[in-house]
Structure formats: C-alpha cells, structure tokens
Write a protein that binds this ligand. Structure first.
Ligand code: FE2
Ligand code: FE2
Ligand code: FE2
Length: 198
C-alpha cells in the first residue's frame, strides 16, 4: 500500500515538472519579445517617415512583419503545449532614426547571439521539435535583421532612397532585399510564400 502511494506521488511530481516546461516559458518570453518588437518597429517606421527616410522606414516595416510572423509561430506551439500566448506591449521608446537603428541592432544581436541559442539548447534537451523549429526560424531571420539594420545605419544617404522594397517569408519571417532563389533559404518553402514590404 505504502509503495503504491509513493509511486502515485512520484508520478504526480513528474507530471507537474513536465507541465512546467522551461521551453513553454521560453516560448512565452519569445512571444512577448516578438510582439513588442513588432510594435516598436512600426513606431520606428513612423518616426523614419517623419524624418524623410523612406528606406529606413521600409526596413522597419519589413522587420515588423517578420516579428509578427515569429510571434504567430511561437503562439501556435504555446497553444499546442496547452498554454495561452500572453504579451504585455510596452510603450516603445522612440528616439531619432539613427538611435532607433542602434536600438534595433542591439535587440536583434541579443536575440541572435544569446536568447535564441539558449532557447534552442533547452528545446533540444526537451526534444521539442516544434519549439526547435520556431526558435530556429526566428534566430535565422534575426541574424538577417541585424545585418540589414547595420548596413542601413552605416549609410545615412541610402536611408533617403524612395521605393525600396523588402521581401518577407510569411512562413518563417526571413527578410531579404531580393529574391534570387527558388526556395526560402531558411524554411525551404517556395518563393511564392514571400510578400513585398515597402
Ligand atoms: Fe523575430
Ligand atoms: Fe528581428
Ligand atoms: Fe521561409
């Protein structure tokens, strides 16, 4: 009798530990981060418009679209794991476009080098393939965002260029200046999954 009671308690403890998955918490953190990045970049795009920097504005809008896709992808996995996606949207701190670009580079670099690598490591340990995929899609896109923001921040004259388009993969959020491929380099879906953002 005592033995079966012990087993029952052990099972309950095990179930509770499993339900408090670190990956589920990481998905919530990432969902909140992506949702805030989406809102922040839209605000940065408006500021760039006011400063007559349409290329910078287009890049902020393209990245905003990508972050929206990342948030939606994370939300699907959160729900699949029995959770409810929750984001607390903070009021973005808007400075000059030059400063906003630096803030964006800092955020993307952190996600690329610290946040997503840690979340990927944990998802791998938990053998959570869905989380692994959505984290990897985001990490690859953030690396590209960091590169595009850096390029733009170094070229103030280019920021004034009108009619610049970016292309965003609606499946994984990969962001690029031109589609010179048949399949998305990140998620391998056909190029018709891309949308143009200007
Ligand atoms: Fe993202
Ligand atoms: Fe990003
Ligand atoms: Fe993709």
């Amino acid at each position: 009798m005592k033995r079966s009671l012990f087993l029952l308690i052990a099972l309950i403890v095990l179930a509770a530990t499993a339900s408090a998955s670190t990956t589920l918490q990481n998905l919530q953190t990432a969902y909140n981060g992506e949702s805030n990045a989406h809102a922040r970049y839209l605000a940065f795009a408006l500021k760039a418009e006011q400063e007559h920097l349409p290329q910078a504005a287009a890049l902020f809008r393209a990245a905003a679209r990508a972050e929206e896709i990342h948030a939606a992808n994370h939300a699907v996995v959160i729900k699949k794991m029995g959770g409810t996606p929750e984001a607390k949207i903070e009021k973005p701190e808007i400075k000059t476009t030059a400063d906003n670009l630096q803030a964006a580079i800092k955020g993307e670099t952190y996600e690329r080098d610290v946040m997503y690598p840690e979340f990927i490591k944990q998802a791998r340990a938990e053998r959570n393939r869905d989380a692994l995929e959505t984290f990897n899609f985001a990490k690859t896109a953030e690396a590209e965002h960091a590169r595009l923001y850096t390029e733009t921040s170094k070229d103030p004259a280019k920021q004034k260029a009108a009619g610049v388009k970016y292309y965003v993969c609606t499946i994984c959020g990969y962001t690029t200046t031109k589609i010179d491929f048949e399949k998305c380099p990140s998620c391998f879906n056909p190029k018709d999954k891309y949308v143009a953002v200007s």
